[in-house]
Design a binder for this molecule. Structure first.
Ligand code: GDP
Length: 365
């Protein structure tokens, strides 16, 4: 390049040519990395049954996908995996944020895996905006399990309706079981409706509580306590031990006031420390006792059948709702009738009837 400063008139000043700049675009870059083609349902099923974690993860991603094509493959995979599923202990774990769920799942998980077998940790958190990037978040929450070769950790399907999120997790359970995971933990944050959803897909429901405030029982919704098959008071360590024992006594007496459970099992209350790993074996012995009890008296099968029926009906409810609300004509009419109701020109009931009549006249021949 010509540098005017090198002209004779500028004595004592020379400008060296610069270094040739590399091209802006890396010539070795081959463009967008092509996505791996979608495996067929048959390939996925074959991989899952062999215990191939990559295939399992890909199938779970399809289960979680909103695309109709992905759903079609996912449903076929689930259907084909069903005969291989069911052979696991499904354990729901709930507790308010900070109760120590992650810490506890980490140690409970290692405890369970000491005897061999495999463990899948799933979650239902409908408020969760978590995306793929935060799988790492979940993995760091459960550090030891995250690097355990026999553990499969999957965060909650990302936000959606509770029913939708829960159904996806339930379908993932089928896939995990077909892949040989004989222990399934399903974690949920104990603050809302999601406990009911988890309860309707597990064999044992564990409620993690904390001691300390003296009025433990007031903060918990009665419904959640009634669902629990076991209540465990975490952080029973250091100078918290006495308070934990007191809470244990309070929970025990509160449980006595509840009507007897359908299973005939009397929920137990134990203290433990997830962090210091105190009392872990005892918690697990309780869970073993429960499984022996309900397998002997037939309740285990009965509960699973009830759940299968529940999910069939839930799915029908969900699909009907989607079909109704996703119809643009229904949507327009709904909007119109809403305006009439708000303007006091029509009652809510006749407005609802108008929309439903329209929907049914369109869909039933
Ligand atoms: P999560 O929100 O329910 O998943 O709770 P975490 O497992 O993240 O625990 C919340 C906090 O409680 C963390 O700072 C843990 O270190 C602490 N923690 C968990 N378990 C115990 C325990 O057994 N004893 C004590 N002292 N602290 C604990």
């Amino acid at each position: 390049m010509e540098h005017p400063e090198n002209h004779e008139q500028y004595k004592g000043l020379t400008v060296n040519s610069g270094v040739k700049q590399p091209p802006v675009v890396n010539p070795y870059f081959k463009g967008r990395v092509a996505r791996k083609p979608l495996p067929s349902a048959g390939e996925l099923v074959e991989g899952i049954i062999k215990g191939d974690v990559t295939m399992l993860s890909r199938a779970v991603t399809l289960v979680e996908s909103l695309s109709a094509d992905h759903q079609a493959i996912a449903q076929e995979v689930i259907e084909k995996c069903l005969p291989y599923s069911g052979n696991s202990r499904r354990i729901g774990i709930t507790g308010v944020p900070g109760a120590g769920k992650s810490t506890s799942i980490d140690v409970f998980g290692l405890h369970v895996l000491r005897d061999g077998g495999k463990l899948a940790v799933l979650a239902i958190d409908p408020s969760s905006e978590r995306t793929k990037g935060s799988i790492l978040g979940d993995k760091t929450r459960m550090e030891k399990l995250a690097i355990h070769p026999s553990a499969f950790i999957r965060p909650s399907p990302s936000a959606g309706s509770l029913g939708g999120v829960a159904r996806k997790t339930r379908e993932t359970v089928v896939l995990c079981e077909a892949a040989g995971y004989n222990n399934i933990f399903i974690e949920t944050v104990g603050v809302g409706q999601s406990e009911t959803a988890v309860h309707s897909m597990v064999d044992f429901f564990l409620l993690i509580q904390l001691a300390g405030t003296g009025d433990e029982l007031q903060g918990i919704k009665r419904g959640i306590m009634e669902m629990a098959d076991g209540i465990v008071i975490n952080k029973a360590d250091g100078d918290n031990v006495d308070r934990a024992r007191l809470a244990q006594a309070q929970f025990r007496s509160a449980l006595h006031l509840f009507p007897p459970t359908v299973s005939g099992w009397m929920p137990e209350v134990l203290c433990y420390s997830g962090y210091y790993e105190i009392g872990i074996a005892e918690v697990w012995q309780m869970i073993d006792r429960y499984f022996d009890f309900v397998k002997n008296n037939g309740y285990f099968e009965q509960r699973r059948q009830q759940q299968a029926r529940y999910w069939m009906r839930e799915t029908i409810d969900e699909q009907l709702r989607l079909h109704f609300y996703n119809n643009p004509e229904v949507e327009a009419l709904l909007h119109d009738r809403e305006q009439r109701v708000l303007g006091n020109r029509q009652s809510s009931f006749t407005a609802a009837r108008d929309v439903l009549d329209f929907y049914f006249s369109k869909n039933i021949h």
